[in-house]
Ligand binder design. Structure first.
Ligand code: AMP
Ligand code: MG
Length: 399
């Protein structure tokens, strides 16, 4: 129950604070064109940092109700209607905002979008006994036939698990459950129990052959690190099929920007301060996903007074605790962002920087417990610290 309350609070915070937009030229800012861009893992940005900084005074916009912030933020155009819907699904709180031909059409599209998310929830809930994942997790070592969606997300997660040397591991579920993160009844498991449970994990033991999936007995999957990213990509595709070219999808803080604002200007996102209320920085984007992982999202304070977060280091079986407070990943696909933000959070600052230099197909923002902010070069010109956070150290990572 406590976990649920904490989660609920987080959802509301996420909806109110993590993201908000405001009018493009935003009281004199330099964002009148669409010259800033992020796509295919590269940026082509011509705006100056000075222009970005003129957007920094956005904290006052964070106050207000979710709907007024969202509604006010969209420039009204004569022909397009802004339609927003918020609802809980997939263990998080989702806010979808689209520009449609008319209100009615927009509402119908969002209703269908909601149904699609509920469909994914029915597939991948770890607790719903009817879900496909529940069947997989209780297959006792027998092969099971899986849906195309499960095959797609799992095959991606297994690939990224290998790429990240197991920092992302979709088989971490038995350990996660022992810490109580799935039920909200948190506890610190004894070291022997963690060791035993670690034997039941290991992405390399998963056999996925076409539609056939086989886990060793006792192994269980958790798609929590990637499901929202998949959902964002799926919704983007669906909206594009419906002819929607401008939308902002907030899946519990996973942001998917479909196109730009109707006037061609960039979306202005607020990045949540991992240490408190409000935002610490702004990021202006279009046509991309922006996904954050952090131990402040779901955690508990143990009897020993320590803070234990929901992202587990698969090497140790303990919550990752390496000096990072949050990791934000920006790339064209939500699924990639989601997988990497979780993995980079586990890796820690040095390994994450090294990984970025090797891969170069995403951009990232790391915030350390010491209030240092590391931003990769591709975001340099579209990122700005909030005016109340100017004292944080900012470093640009270069290849
Ligand atoms: P995210 O918020 O995307 O970083 O995902 C965190 C969620 O992924 C947790 O709540 C767990 O359900 C699951 N998880 C925790 N640690 C890991 C890990 N190392 N690899 C994969 N999934 C994880
Ligand atoms: Mg993730």
């Amino acid at each position: 129950m406590r976990g649920y309350m904490k989660r609920k609070k987080t959802f509301i915070l996420a909806a109110l604070i993590v993201i908000f937009l405001f009018l493009s030229a935003c009281r004199g800012g330099g964002d009148s064109g669409s010259d800033g861009n992020f796509s295919q893992g590269e940026t082509s940005v011509t705006e100056s940092i000075v222009a970005a900084e003129s957007f920094a005074g956005m904290d006052s916009f964070a106050a207000g109700t979710e709907s007024s912030v969202m509604a006010e933020s969209f420039p009204m155009t004569e022909s397009l209607a802004v339609v927003t819907e918020s609802f809980p699904v997939m263990d998080t709180y989702v806010t979808l905002t689209i520009h449609a031909e008319g209100k009615e059409q927009g509402r119908e599209i969002l209703e269908e979008a909601k149904g699609k998310l509920e469909g994914l929830e029915r597939l991948w809930s770890v607790t719903d006994e009817e879900s496909e994942l529940y069947q997989i997790n209780h297959s006792d070592g027998a092969p099971v036939t899986v849906s195309p969606e499960t095959r797609e997300i799992l095959s991606f997660a297994l690939d990224e698990a290998a790429e990240t040397d197991g920092a992302l591991d979709p088989t971490i579920y038995p350990v996660l459950a022992a810490w109580g993160f799935t039920t909200g009844e948190n506890r610190i498991p004894p070291p022997e129990e963690i060791q035993e449970l670690l034997d039941k994990t290991g992405y390399e033991k998963v056999v996925l052959d076409g539609e056939q999936l086989q886990l060793e007995e006792g192994m269980m999957l958790d798609l929590g690190a990637v499901a929202k990213g998949y959902a964002g990509d799926m919704l983007e595709e669906f909206l594009e099929e419906k002819g929607i070219t401008s939308a902002l999808l907030d899946l519990g803080g996973n942001i998917q920007a479909v196109g730009a604002k109707p006037d061609g200007s960039l979306w202005n996102l607020g990045l949540k301060d991992p240490f408190g209320e409000g935002v610490f920085a702004s990021l202006r984007v279009k046509d991309c996903a922006v996904v954050t992982s952090g131990a402040y999202e779901r955690f508990f304070i143990g009897e020993d007074g320590k803070h234990y977060g929901h992202i587990i280091d698969p090497d140790t079986g303990y919550p990752a605790d390496n000096g990072l407070a949050s990791v934000t990943v920006v790339a064209d696909r939500g699924l990639l962002c989601d997988a990497l933000s979780t993995a980079l959070f586990v890796m820690g600052r040095e390994r994450a920087a090294e990984f970025w230099r090797e891969r170069q197909d995403f951009q990232m923002i790391l915030v350390t417990e010491d209030r240092e902010v590391l931003v990769t070069e591709g975001l340099e010109k579209i990122f700005a610290l909030d005016r109340n956070h100017k004292k944080w150290d900012l470093e640009v990572l270069r290849p």
